[in-house]
Write a protein that binds this ligand. Structure first.
Ligand code: FAD
Length: 141
C-alpha cells in the first residue's frame, strides 16, 4: 500500500547551506534503501516536504523527522493513500525556490513567499506538481 505525506516545519536557527546539504545526502541514501521518494523544499527558513512510499516506511521516517532538532513546529499538511506515486523519480529531490517565478507562489498563496502554514493541502500539492512541471527540482537522487 502506497501513501503520500506532506508536512511543513520551521528550520532551527543553526540550519545553513552545509546542514541542508547533509540532510539531503542522508535522506537520499536512507530513502533509496527504503523505497521512499519525494521532494524537500526549503525557502526563507521554512521546510515543506512530500514523502511517498509504503505506509510503514513513510510512517517510520516521519516519526524520525518529527523528532529532529534541526526544525520545529512540524505540521502535518496531508496524508493520503495513493494508487501511484507522483514523484517516483526522486529519492529526495530538492526544489530551488530562487529559480521559481514568484507568480507561481502567488498562484497558490496570499503572498509571493512560501508559507505552507497558510496554504490548503490541495494548493500545497498543486505547488509540488508545478515545481515538477517547471523543472525547478534539482539533484535527482
Ligand atoms: P541519527 O543520524 O542517529 O540522528 C539522531 C538524531 O540526531 C536526529 O533525529 C537529529 O535530531 C539529530 N541529528 C542527526 N544529525 C544531525 C546533525 N548533523 N546536526 C544536528 N542534529 C543532528 N531522513 C530520512 O531518512 N529521509 C528524509 O526524507 C529526511 N528528511 C528530512 C527533512 C528535514 C527537514 C530534516 C530536518 C531531517 C530529515 N531527515 C530525513 C533526517 C532525519 O530526521 C534523521 O536525522 C535521519 O533519518 C537519520 O535518522 P537516525 O535515527 O538514524 O538518526
Amino acid at each position: 500500500m502506497l501513501v503520500r505525506l506532506i508536512y511543513a516545519s520551521r528550520a532551527a536557527d543553526s540550519v545553513n547551506a552545509e546542514s541542508l546539504t547533509h540532510i539531503m545526502k542522508v535522506s537520499r541514501a536512507n530513502n533509496a534503501a527504503r523505497g521512499l521518494t519525494g521532494v524537500l523544499v526549503f525557502s526563507d527558513g521554512v521546510f515543506l516536504q512530500l514523502l511517498e512510499g509504503g505506509r510503514e516506511a513513510v510512517s517510520a521516517v516521519y516519526n524520525r523527522i518529527s523528532n529532529d532538532e534541526r526544525h520545529r513546529d512540524v505540521m502535518l499538511v496531508s496524508y493520503d493513500q495513493i494508487n501511484e506515486r507522483r514523484f517516483a523519480g526522486w529519492a529526495m529531490g530538492q526544489a530551488n525556490l530562487s529559480r521559481l517565478n514568484p507568480g507561481v507562489l502567488l498562484k497558490y498563496s496570499e503572498r509571493a513567499v512560501l508559507d505552507p502554514y497558510a496554504m490548503s493541502a490541495q494548493a500545497t500539492l498543486a505547488l509540488f506538481d508545478e515545481l515538477v512541471s517547471t523543472a525547478v527540482i534539482a539533484c535527482p537522487g
